[in-house]
Design a protein around this ligand. Structure first.
Ligand code: MN
Ligand code: MN
Length: 467
């Protein structure tokens, strides 16, 4: 008897967990939609390399699509679309549902900050007639990956008179870029004997920014002076103004298709724009939901979520309290009845490094959005661990709407670990589970995701917030 019709084949079909590539499960229409979505996403990625820029892009898209800035006391009715901008670094949005608010909200939470090199507060110095910026890395990086690549500078400077200017240099083809140098292999005998964590040290991440001296033989630090003179001319700033600035060096490359089949996207900041953009688009495309749909694009996830724009702060809670009050309910009751997708990436299985994953419990490229019941390190330290009941509810919902999903945890037990904002939202007494796109080379200057997984994230978030 052929395997095709055997009883065991039928029984396997019935009993085994199905794992199948999305390309065998999506029809042409959906594959086209996924390609189109990826084009919009790449544009967002290029125009939103920092949390501030992501907020500017998000607010502009929200306003184009009928969202208005929420002010406390504003009357709210079903179908209303509102947003709140938290200090230009995080943004909340809501589409008011038809069900009473005390039945809870459907919350989708993603982050818009990514690992990068921040400038120190007194960054500029000259050494042997080269001008450099001292940096302090932000988030978890492999430091050696940030050398010898073109970097752009993004951020804001608050001048002595209180005026604020936005900076973005290195994105336009005609802009200069900046670079962290590395040793030539010929002279790297000592360096190459260090462990990888010390190959490039924190204080080696110095950004090369110029070499021309101010033409006056009498002066010392002439290269530094010349840089300050250029900056004064361009931005009207002096050296002291760096103290009140946030300047961030990020990879200067643009997002591009990867592979002969163009199925993948390479770019900076997929973590977590490949979840925050789908979450934003799901909110924008959400019309007349049953439960109020709340989406938060937050800052500071990569440094542990502390600070007033991170999700350990009360800004999300206050927003939900405010709209609950307006709709005649108690914020505590609303939060306690709410459900949340913590929309963050997971590591994709990499055939070059199979040893860090356990193959039955890791995420694969092109197998859909990844549901992660728990994160954490060692014995699940730091996790919120979603309940079986909530995992069941999400699984059934996703299946009922043909969302392609998989499940995976972050690597082998004791291989390392990590967390998301899930625990901070769960701590507000909200049922929370992680869901997001698998990423290759996570936290590298150039990360890779698949277009179908990105699209399934959009579909999953859309289905969830409309439910
Ligand atoms: Mn993340
Ligand atoms: Mn991350």
């Amino acid at each position: 008897m052929s395997e095709k019709n055997s009883a065991s084949k039928q029984l396997k079909e019935k009993l085994f967990l199905k794992r199948k590539n999305s390309y065998f499960r999506m029809n042409d229409k959906e594959l086209n939609a996924s390609t189109k979505f990826a084009e919009k996403y790449k544009k967002f990625l290029d125009s939103a390399k920092t949390e501030r820029e992501a907020v500017i892009q998000a607010v502009s898209l929200l306003e184009e699509n009928g969202f208005v800035e929420y002010r406390k006391g504003m009357q709210l009715r079903a179908g209303d679309r509102i947003y709140r901008n938290n200090r230009g670094k995080a943004v909340l949005m809501a589409v008011i549902g038809s069900a009473p608010i005390n039945e809870g909200v459907r919350l989708c939470a993603a982050h818009i900050d990514s690992p990068r090199l921040d400038l120190k507060q007194n960054p500029l110095y000259e050494d042997n007639e080269l001008a450099l910026f001292k940096t302090h890395y932000y988030g978890g990086i492999k430091k050696y990956q940030w050398t010898t690549i073109p970097l752009a500078l993004h951020g804001v400077i608050v001048r002595a008179d209180g005026s604020k200017i936005a900076v973005s240099i290195g994105e336009d083809e005609n802009d200069p870029v900046f670079c962290v140098t590395d040793l030539l292999p010929h002279l790297a005998t000592e360096q190459m004997s260090r462990t990888a964590g010390k190959l490039i040290r924190g204080e080696d991440l110095n950004l090369l920014i110029g070499s021309v001296p101010f033409r006056d033989d009498e002066t010392s630090e002439a290269v530094k002076l010349n840089i300050l003179s250029i900056l004064f001319e361009k931005y009207g700033i002096t050296e002291a103004d760096f103290i009140s600035s946030e300047l961030e060096a990020v990879p200067a490359f643009k997002a591009r298709d990867v592979g002969f089949d163009r199925s993948l996207i390479g770019g900076y900041g997929h973590d977590d724009r490949c979840c925050s953009f789908p979450a934003l688009m799901a909110a924008i495309d959400c019309k007349n939901p049953v439960h109020t749909a709340v989406t938060v694009l937050t800052d500071k996830e990569e440094t542990g979520s502390d600070g007033n724009t991170g999700l350990c702060s009360s800004y999300l809670k206050y927003f939900i309290y405010d709209i609950s009050e307006e709709l005649g309910s108690d914020g505590r009751d609303v939060l306690s009845a709410s459900e949340c997708l913590s929309a963050d990436v997971n590591a994709a299985f990499d055939p070059t490094f199979p040893e860090v994953n356990e193959k039955n419990n890791c995420a694969y490229i092109n197998r859909g959005v990844c549901i992660t019941k728990y994160t954490g390190a060692r014995g699940k330290s730091g996790t919120s661990d979603a309940s079986a009941e909530f995992a069941g509810r999400i699984r059934i919902l996703m299946d009922s709407k043909d969302v392609i999903w998989q499940t995976g945890e972050l690597g082998k037990v004791d291989a390392g670990g990590g967390g998301t904002v899930a625990a901070y939202i769960a701590n507000l007494n909200v049922d929370t589970i992680d869901m997001g796109v698998p990423v290759l080379s996570m936290h590298a200057p150039y990360e890779i995701i698949s277009k179908t997984d990105l699209y399934m994230a959009y579909k999953a978030f859309s289905v969830f917030i409309a439910d």
